[in-house]
Design a protein around this ligand. Structure first.
Ligand SMILES: [Zn+2]
Length: 495
């Protein structure tokens, strides 16, 4: 009997968010619950299970799952606890004959810049050198050499915004089964690209990056092509191996290297186009004040909770107050203190509370707001983008002057409209709406708003990468440094 180890450990962090992540931010599952809780959903693990389930002669050895939303760096003690739980569960599941591990790739702990590499290296020690390990990753992951030294193959998302989670797991499971069934020895070539990239050209359906991904898909579909992808890293996870890279797996080491070099050169050639044009906040407020034919949407990617920011920015509110903005404005702020002040006051009553800076007061000094509590809720709703459950904790809608502030207690994704809609606020009814995300699906805002402005606000996930203050990633790197040279080199990993 060939037993397949199943494990999962996923989080994405922003080093520049001063609020540390803790184990309480994770959801855990052990043993049979790992597969029972993940079958049929929109995840890589669900995709992989759908493949493994078609091979009942290969029993699964589910071990451990840990997953959290994006946030700040993982506290050292919590990382040690999670790593111990993960490895104890792998030990309990052993011996196994193969392993599929679902990772994000952009974890970061206070004392470990490569958590996924550590988990894979320690897992390898437990399961032995001879069994195949295949992993799946997010293209925002930071792919390290330590990870590649331990795995026999990997698959990575082909879409941004991400829509192919299930397919990425399907591809990983099929690769693992081919290694088992055909005795393949996949050769994975890595080419490191000293570039950090952002912006709309990364949208794979429409942008330049998508053209490179189409070539990766063609490699995967070709004879001998096993897996292909591009990692752009999460530019906010400031760890030593943060960068972009091309990663190609075929049955032929020379071909893998050749294709990886070609794609790396292609990304490097268009790096200048892979950035976001940002509008200064005061100018954005002037544009909003002058727009009278519909809703202005300000995209504040610098405080994107789905990228790891704290969500407590009041930077756009401050700019509007300073600029004398008169329109009806709708804004989200993750601020448990302000929400609690509204709950203490009660619906319909007057309240005065600081707003913003609950987690990052240095970037976002709190702003004293006086208004009336319009609505109080428990903060549970269905996320528009994923269809999954969101829990924002006690959530209040505060109306203060011409500002409608949706004040949540816990971080939730702000890359769709669901926090607003779940709390009775229709973005179309406002003159100005703040969206804390780099991108949304077009139908959510872009297709109908009068003006969409990517604002240059401070924040832990600003697309103005030079504003962040990287200290750990290898330098020089584009665009943080001038005149960066690129000497493409392919390193091939094969087990
Ligand atoms: Zn991602």
């Amino acid at each position: 009997m060939t037993r397949i180890l199943i494990a999962e450990c996923k989080q994405e962090v922003s080093t520049f968010n001063p609020a540390l992540s803790h184990k309480e931010d994770f959801r855990f599952a052990y043993g049979p619950d790992v597969v029972a809780s993940r079958r049929g959903g929109q995840s890589e693990l669900a995709g992989a299970l759908s493949v493994f389930d078609s091979r009942p002669e290969l029993p699964l050895a589910p071990a451990f799952s840990a997953r959290a939303g994006s946030g700040g760096t993982l506290a050292a003690a919590d990382w040690h606890w999670i790593a111990r739980e993960f490895l104890d569960a792998v030990r309990a599941a052993a011996p196994v004959d193969a392993a599929y591990i679902s990772l994000h790739g952009a974890m970061g702990a206070e004392d470990e810049g490569d958590p996924e590499g550590y988990l894979l290296a320690e897992t390898r020690k437990i399961v032995g050198e001879r069994i195949p390990i295949v992993v799946s990753l997010d293209l925002h992951g930071i792919l390290t050499e330590r990870m590649l030294e331990q795995v026999n193959g990997l698959t990575v998302y082909h879409t941004y915004p991400h829509e192919d989670m299930v397919d990425t797991g399907v591809r990983a499971a099929r690769l693992l089964l081919r290694i088992l069934d055909e005795g393949l020895r996949p050769a994975t070539a890595l080419v490191k690209i000293p570039a950090l990239v952002r912006g709309k050209e990364l949208i794979t359906a429409t942008g330049l990056f998508g053209g490179m991904i189409r070539q990766c898909e063609a490699i995967e579909a070709s004879p001998g092509g096993l897996a292909a992808g591009m990692f752009i890293g999460n530019p906010f996870t400031d760890v030593p191996e943060l960068r972009s890279s091309s990663v190609i797996t075929t049955t032929d080491p020379d071909r893998s290297a050749r294709e990886a070099l070609r794609l790396a050169n292609e990304l490097w050639a268009v790096r200048e186009a892979l950035h976001e044009d940002l509008t200064p906040l005061d100018e954005a407020v002037r544009i909003a004040s002058a727009t009278t034919n519909g809703t202005v949407v300000m995209m504040d990617a610098a405080d994107a909770t789905t990228s790891g920011a704290s969500g407590d920015s009041n930077a756009v509110l401050r700019a509007c107050l300073n600029g004398g903005y008169q329109g009806q404005a709708l804004m989200p702020v993750i601020d448990p203190r302000a929400a609690a002040a509204c709950f203490a006051a009660g619906v319909g009553n007057a309240v005065r509370t600081p707003v913003g800076g609950a987690f990052d007061p240095a970037r976002f000094p709190p702003i004293e707001m006086a208004g009336r509590v319009h609505l109080l809720a428990e903060g549970r709703f269905v996320a528009e983008f994923s269809g999954g459950e969101s829990f924002a904790g006690p959530t209040a809608v505060l109306k203060a002057q011409n500002y409608t502030l949706v004040l949540a207690s816990r971080s939730v994704g702000l890359h769709d409209r669901s926090l607003y809609l779940a709390h009775g606020q229709d973005p179309r009814q406002f003159d100005l709406v703040v969206v804390k995300s780099p991108h949304c699906k077009p139908y959510m805002y872009a297709d109908w708003c009068a003006r969409l402005i990517n604002v240059d606000a401070p924040g832990a996930t600003s697309a103005n990468l030079r504003s962040l203050g990287h200290t750990a990633c290898a330098r020089p790197i584009f665009p943080l440094d001038p005149d960066v040279a690129f000497t493409p080199e392919a390193r091939v990993f094969q087990r």
